[in-house]
Design a protein around this ligand. Structure first.
Ligand SMILES: Nc1ncnc2c1ncn2[C@@H]1O[C@H](COP(=O)(O)OP(=O)(O)OP(=O)(O)O)[C@@H](O)[C@H]1O
Length: 283
């Protein structure tokens, strides 16, 4: 893993840690401008604009169906962008095959690592080094995969079949798979969903360490949970539009209670400005 990262000031400029051999400054990790996504006959996202600056940890919040997953999928080329632009590190990803995979790690929502094949945790993590061009692993693949597993606290399980892993352990393996490329930007889609408390705590610790060393993190969340204390900023979607971009809201009381219905009526009158203190957003 690279040990030096570029930390950024509020305006996104680099403030410390610059290496003598550092590449020239490039674009923000994420810059989205007037983004629109249409799936089938439905407009899922419209007029979405925001920037994530280097070293930030930003939550993407919103009720079920508000468009969070679609937004991150559009960033990584899984769904097409119909309108506007999305750039990762200055590279326009509107054309699907231009995603800078060498700099990003992506953990999709609700997938199990290596389901249906007798893969070990190490093998799943190594697969994160496949570059979509040729089926050949780079030098040091095993060492890098072990280091990534170590980051999520699973180095001692490297040789175990993932078929016996719990949901939380699968999620940690998938995060290790995303980390094996040593990404500058980590995008996670609901990493806390359906996993045990121990794994949630382990994930929070991993993300805290990554954040401390300057990795930029964009995380889709249903509720703030264990990651709440880490979050500096939240972008809230409602009906495919950004309705809040600023301080992280406090979750509504009872939201994490068993049986809580996460699907809420949507009223666009609920838009609040970013500076409102004690912000409560019904997710
Ligand atoms: N392939 C698709 N074709 C048509 N509509 C889709 C498709 N994928 C998602 N949608 C719709 O887009 C809307 C946004 O879905 P999305 O998964 O992005 O929401 P979300 O905020 O991530 O919700 P959740 O928290 O439930 O994952 C939903 O109404 C969903 O039904």
């Amino acid at each position: 893993m690279r040990m030096t990262r570029h930390r950024a000031g509020a305006d996104g400029t680099q403030t410390d840690g610059a290496r003598p051999d550092a590449p020239p400054p490039d674009g923000a990790p994420v810059a989205v401008e007037d983004l629109g996504v249409v799936l089938g006959a439905s407009t899922i996202l419209r007029g979405v604009s925001f920037t994530v600056r280097p070293g930030e940890i930003v939550a993407l919040l919103g009720a079920n169906g508000s468009g969070k997953s679609t937004l991150v999928k559009s960033l990584v080329g899984v769904v097409p962008i119909a309108h506007g632009h999305a750039r990762l590190f200055g590279q326009d990803v509107t054309a699907r095959h231009s995603v800078p995979w060498n700099r990003i790690g992506y953990v999709p929502q609700r997938v199990t690592s290596g389901a249906g094949v007798p893969a070990t945790a190490l093998e799943v993590v190594v697969s994160g080094l496949i570059d979509n061009q040729r089926l050949r692993l780079p030098r040091g693949a095993r060492r890098r995969a072990l280091a990534a597993l170590d980051q999520v606290g699973l180095a001692d399980r490297a040789g175990d079949s993932v078929q016996v892993f719990s949901g939380g352990q699968h999620q940690r393996v998938l995060i290790a798979r995303a980390l094996v490329r040593d990404p500058d930007l980590l995008i996670l889609d609901e990493p806390l969903a359906g996993i045990d408390k121990r794994s949630k705590d382990a994930l929070a610790a991993t993300l805290e360490a990554l954040h401390a060393r300057g990795t930029t993190i964009l995380v889709v969340l249903h509720e703030l949970g264990e990651l709440g204390p880490l979050l500096e900023r939240a972008i809230v979607l409602r009906h495919g539009r950004v309705v809040h971009d600023g301080v992280s809201p406090s979750p509504t009381a009872g939201h994490d209670a068993p049986g809580h219905d996460h699907v809420h009526p949507h009223e666009d009158a609920g838009h609040r400005p970013a500076h409102v203190p004690n912000l409560h957003v019904e997710l």
